[in-house]
Design a protein around this ligand. Sequence first.
Ligand SMILES: [Zn+2]
Ligand SMILES: [Zn+2]
Length: 217
Amino acid sequence: MAKPRAPRRTLDSYTIKSINKTIKPGDCVLMRPSEPSKPPYVARVEKIEADARGGHARVHVRWYYRPEESIGGRRQFHGSKEVFLSDHFDVQSADTIEGKCTVHSFKSYTKLDAVGDNDFFCRFEYNSATGAFTPDRVAVYCKCEMPYNPDDLMVQCEGCSDWFHPACIDMTAEEAKRLDHFFCHNCSPDEQKQLQNSHVSPRHSDTKVDTKRRRRG
Ligand SMILES: [Zn+2]
Ligand SMILES: [Zn+2]
């Protein structure tokens, strides 16, 4: 009973006049959200189609979810620019595209010299029905045993190669940035002694860092 549809054709690329940008399948785009107060939706263009005259362009997209949009919500280790590649596909008018963006791998994101407004990263795929992530396990670091949040500064121990949040080892971010060398409690014999003293004065981080720097500098 469906109305006969005008034949549609698949396009290799399409220029969105309002933003003067050409999109192609595989590109990541920002799309106008249903509520103006929300950040734009992030999607990957899978296919572009238009009517026989090249009008009424529509994009087949695969949505990226922001942590807030996932069933589990935003967790402490989620980066501010983190998105999850979902199993949720849609067809939208190409007019709702507000701009192009880049969704980096986790590794390449952490190597960016500067993170622009349109840079995102993805390390998980997300099942929108169950809320499950792939991979379902991820490496954890520090005493707090959290996955790495690229927004958070961490320092690496030269002994065990584990990474630590400055706050978790009684250090300020400024102190951590000044460190040339760092050994965690388990890897430094000096620290073992300090650890015992720490019952008396648990906040001894300033002295500790300075001593270490002087000794090694
Ligand atoms: Zn920590
Ligand atoms: Zn260590």
